[in-house]
Design a protein around this ligand. Structure first.
Ligand code: LLP
Length: 421
């Protein structure tokens, strides 16, 4: 059986289950994940780095559903986390603590304590004050925290401005001269041991050149620090490998792997990678129904039952996401504005998108939505969170039920002075 989203007799299915059946059984909007694609992607990723034996720390932020994390954890993956919540999610899904790296510019002391108690692999420290705080928390516990200094290599990843992270004007990481000074000074700091360098230059990267520059700077600095007596054992090259949404030409996995290999081969350092989007984007789709087709003098609107509250990428990053009907009607393609019901003009999936004729009741999918989809959704306009469904070999499992209106409202309380009337 073909895995992923494929057409059979003109109708889209996922891992053998027709999307129309999923809509009948579970309603819309709904997130659909192909178990087959998740597994295939992970396998392919690991195979590309054969010989280097990297610790693959799946970046949970891309999709932190327990079923998704467990899929990778059972194949041997670690996790890249950025909060106590993600740490709890990773541990609960069975990720080995010794394969967890903790990134982020604003870790609180409580989060540090939780991670120290859990025995994670490393803290990716992003500033001098953070290193001091971590040392304090560790000393209080009589522990030594394993640290990777997150280096900002000052390279331009040439991606959307909101997801580029490796330039000095971005809040992430420590500039190379400061990282060098900090690593040397920290040799005497009790409570922390700097044993790695990490970097992450951005997301949805479609050019291998900035990677090469960043990795070379990391390897050089790592070697230099090790020679100066810093007990360096590994390099963490982050994530960021782009996928195809429209007509991008991201480096293929092989080209990316060659860039990694040429920087690390012969250094003696162990390798950590933090892929997110590349592992999950293609495995997921957002299934929605057309509620109305509305004709204006300038535009033809397809109004879906899904909205920016489910998938915010188009309006937040001007992201182009592939959209297709589950079963295409006959007729010439015409431009549609594909929008949601939320009361904002920014609530759209596409502008002037050529699509086959659409009618109310038709099912459509937004593809490549497995990454940064459900995790970024909200309940804006009091819209309950959509369900997440995992499909494998003809079977569908609800891995997150649709939120009920009761649970939406039950999260709130009246103040004690507001008696119920
Ligand atoms: N490691 C670190 C430290 C990160 O900050 C990120 C993503 C990753 C790994 C994983 O990157 P990936 O392989 O997924 O590109 N919401 C945005 C993407 C934000 C990415 C943030 N950091 C979007 O929808 O495009």
């Amino acid at each position: 059986m073909t895995t992923g989203f494929v057409r059979k007799g003109g109708a889209l299915q996922c891992d053998g289950v027709p999307l129309a059946k999923i809509a009948r059984d579970h309603g819309t909007p709904a997130w659909i994940y192909s178990h087959g694609v998740l597994e295939a992607r992970y396998r392919e990723f690991v195979a590309a780095f054969e010989g280097l034996d990297p610790t693959v720390c799946y970046a949970l932020k891309a999709n932190s559903n327990q079923a998704v994390i467990a899929t990778f954890a059972r194949m041997g993956a670690g996790a890249d986390i950025v909060s106590a919540g993600e740490l709890a999610r990773a541990l609960h899904a069975g990720v080995a603590p010794g394969k967890i790296v903790f990134a982020g510019v604003g870790k609180t002391e409580d989060e540090m304590a939780f991670a120290l108690d859990s025995g994670i692999l490393q803290f990716n420290v992003e500033s001098e004050p953070e290193l001091e705080a971590l040392a304090r928390v560790a000393r209080r516990k009589g522990k030594t925290a394993p640290v990777a200094l997150r280096v900002n290599p000052d390279v331009d990843a040439k991606t959307h401005k909101k997801i580029t992270t490796g330039k000095t004007e971005n809040k992430f990481g420590i500039e190379i001269p400061r990282a060098r000074a900090l690593a040397l000074a920290a040799r005497k700091l009790k409570g922390v041991r700097i044993e790695a360098l990490s970097t992450h230059i951005g997301s949805q990267i479609t050019d291998v050149t900035p990677y090469r520059a960043a990795f070379a700077r990391m390897a050089a600095l790592g070697g230099e620090l090790r020679a100066a007596g810093v007990p360096m054992t590994r390099l963490d090259f982050g994530g960021g490998l782009g996928v195809v949404y429209r007509d991008e030409t991201p480096p293929d996995l092989g080209a990316y792997a060659r860039a990694v290999k040429s920087a690390i081969a012969g250094t003696g350092f162990d390798l950590i990678l933090e892929p997110g989007r590349w592992l999950v984007a293609d495995a997921g789709a957002l299934l929605a129904k057309v509620v109305y087709v509305k004709h204006g003098s300038a535009k033809r609107f397809a109004i879906l039952d899904a909205a920016m509250s489910e998938l915010i990428r188009p309006t937040l990053y001007e992201a182009w996401m592939p959209i297709e009907p589950v079963r295409a009607r006959k007729g010439a393609k015409r431009p549609y504005d594909v929008v949601g019901p939320v009361c904002e003009s920014g609530d759209y999936f596409a502008h002037d998108r050529p699509l086959p004729p659409l009618e109310a009741g038709d099912l459509v999918v937004v593809r490549q939505a497995g990454a940064y989809g459900a995790v970024m959704s909200s309940t804006y306009n009091a819209r309950p969170l959509a369900p997440e469904l995992l499909v494998r070999k003809g079977k569908t499992a609800v891995v997150r039920p649709r939120q009920t209106l009761e649970s939406l409202i039950d999260a709130d309380r009246l103040a004690p002075w507001q008696s119920r009337r």
